[in-house]
Design a protein around this ligand. Structure first.
Ligand SMILES: Nc1nc2c(ncn2[C@@H]2O[C@H](COP(=O)(O)OP(=O)(O)O)[C@@H](O)[C@H]2O)c(=O)[nH]1
Ligand SMILES: Nc1ncnc2c1ncn2[C@@H]1O[C@H](COP(=O)(O)OP(=O)(O)O)[C@@H](O)[C@H]1O
Length: 503
């Protein structure tokens, strides 16, 4: 009896070999047509019809699966393949349909062929083509998604504690690449369902977690991924969690040391503890007397923060007053995930980086009434040595100069009288719409685990079907996931998802 993992291995091997063969056939066909074009002396004309390679639409996969698996004993087992299937009927292709289908491969006796049939709309399909393949069994899931010349293989190991791994097959060079994976991947679950959104990203629906935590994007060719690929000189892919609705824009507060940023933020958090959350930065500077690790900052070593920055875990970082400071993606998104509005206290360089990132935020610069007053407050705070105060004052001049950089800050607040400044800050923040996306609220707060798989997809809408009887729980069996107004994305969250029940 073959073990399940051997079957999986065999299937993966046959599927990948099919892909490789397709790639080779394509490249040979291309070469032929180039040769034909080079041979023609007069003005180039399209190749005669017999030189145009036939489209590869019939079923190399089906063909391949008729090969016996590498068994030494009789074996078993039904294995499901979930794939986008294109089906044609009859010799003249009188019918043609496309859709996501589950196919069943029943593997027979040792020297019997693997039997594969595709049923579509109740009919057995004589030909079919599979674009995305998932091999599902009780303890493993593996998906292959084709994008251009590459096949992305997304695997979940049998160990429920280990997370998803990504491998890429370059079909032209026929080599495997293990990419650098940026961002936090989904938490381990037992299975998922996958579909290609567009050539830039793949959508993954995790099963067995609350619906609001189940939507993930694997970015494979977005501007962020391209930029990181260039920087790192490796193939890069990046995770981004999908957020239902827009959420509220985070607030970036900058200003020179001693101007009163921390004081203003502390007042806001005290008055509205359930509305605002503080983005706890990482820093290499030493803690001050009353500062608590994990509350005011994550105090860290330089080598550690540098390593994490290179792993893509930071939204921004900067060298400030001789130390490294940085905002991790987690710091911002854990606040957003709690449904709170995130406040970032970062320097002007950091504000610039956030402006350039995919995080849409409101940028506020806090100015002192005068330079003398700033120096007075810094000294009165009594947390720095004289040398450190001098350094902060030098940097303050540069920061004040940059506060007027066009397009950087949305608002300037002068912190003269503390109470007056705080009132102005509150006015500023309430200027922005606080509304929730009401049609998503039935899902947003849900803590119930869900098991949805992808049923169909158009350019902007994906239908999800429940695998359990959601009707019993008072929820819905069929959901529409509207992708038409996505924003953000890696290294942070992908926002703007809309979910509604389908009657
Ligand atoms: N770029 C960036 N700057 C930060 C971050 N956290 C704090 N800062 C800035 O670093 C500077 C020094 O902060 P800190 O050492 O707490 O001194 P303080 O501003 O005088 O209280 C301030 O301008 C902060 O806004 C961060 O995560 N990223
Ligand atoms: N409007 C204000 N008037 C007088 N003192 C202030 C005012 N705002 C803040 N302070 C004081 O100035 C010092 C620096 O403020 P802090 O919030 O630590 O600044 P920052 O976080 O910008 O470095 C603190 O001792 C604080 O109590």
């Amino acid at each position: 009896m073959l073990e399940k993992h051997e079957i999986k291995e065999w299937f993966r091997h046959t599927y990948i070999t099919c892909l490789e063969e397709q790639a080779q056939r394509r490249s040979e066909a291309k070469k032929k047509s180039y040769k034909a074009a080079a041979a023609s002396t007069s003005t180039p004309s399209p190749p005669p019809p017999h030189q145009i390679p036939p489209p590869i639409r019939s079923s190399p996969l089906l063909h391949r699966l008729r090969r016996p698996p590498p068994a030494s004993d009789p074996l078993l087992l039904g294995v499901s393949i979930l794939g986008r299937v294109s089906v044609s009927w009859g010799r003249r292709r009188s019918g043609h349909r496309e859709g996501i289908k589950k196919l069943r491969i029943a593997v027979g006796q040792r020297d019997a062929s693997a039997l594969t049939t595709a049923h579509f709309m109740g009919e057995e399909a004589p030909e079919f083509r599979v674009e995305s393949v998932a091999l599902e069994s009780k303890d493993c899931l593996q998906n292959a998604i084709d994008i251009g010349d590459k096949t992305y293989v997304i695997s979940r190991s049998d160990d429920p504690k280990s997370s998803i791994t990504i491998k890429i097959l370059d079909k032209l060079t026929r080599t495997w690449v293990v990419p650098t994976v940026l961002g936090a991947p989904p938490n381990p679950t037992s299975s998922h369902s996958v579909v290609l959104v567009n050539n830039e990203k793949i959508l993954i629906i995790e099963k067995g977690v609350p619906l609001k935590d189940s939507i993930w994007f694997l970015e494979v060719d977005t501007p962020f991924v391209k930029q990181q690929s260039k920087i790192k000189g490796t193939v890069v892919v990046a995770w981004s969690k999908g957020v239902i609705g827009e959420g509220q824009k985070p607030v970036v507060i900058s200003g020179p040391s001693g101007v009163g940023k921390g004081t203003l933020i502390a007042k806001l958090m005290k008055e509205y503890p359930s509305k605002f959350g503080f983005s706890v930065s990482h820093t290499t500077r030493a803690p001050r007397e009353k500062e608590i690790d994990g509350v005011h900052y994550h105090f860290t070593e330089r080598s550690k923060i540098e390593e994490e920055i290179s792993e893509g875990k930071f939204l921004e970082f900067a060298h400030v007053h001789g130390n490294v400071y940085g905002t991790s993606i987690e710091a911002v998104e854990s606040v957003t995930d709690e449904g709170k509005r995130c406040i970032l206290d970062i320097d002007v360089q950091g504000a610039r980086s956030v402006r350039a990132s995919s995080l849409e935020a409101i940028f506020i610069f806090v100015c002192p009434p005068s330079f003398e007053e700033l120096e007075k407050r810094l000294r009165a705070r009594g947390t720095e040595t004289e040398e450190q105060i001098q350094k902060r004052l030098r940097n303050a001049r540069a920061e004040l100069d940059q506060s007027n950089s066009p397009g950087l800050f949305d608002h300037l607040l002068v912190n003269d009288d503390l109470e007056a400044c705080y009132e102005n800050l509150k006015k500023l923040l309430s200027l922005y719409d606080d509304h929730e996306d009401s049609n998503d609220s039935f899902i947003k707060d849900g803590k119930e685990t869900a098991c949805y798989s992808i049923l169909s997809k158009t350019n902007s809408e994906i239908l999800l079907q429940s695998e359990t009887n959601e009707a019993e729980k008072g929820t819905t069996n069929l959901l529409s996931l509207d992708l038409s107004s996505l924003s953000g994305g890696a290294p942070g969250r992908t926002r703007g998802l809309k979910i509604s029940p389908v009657n």
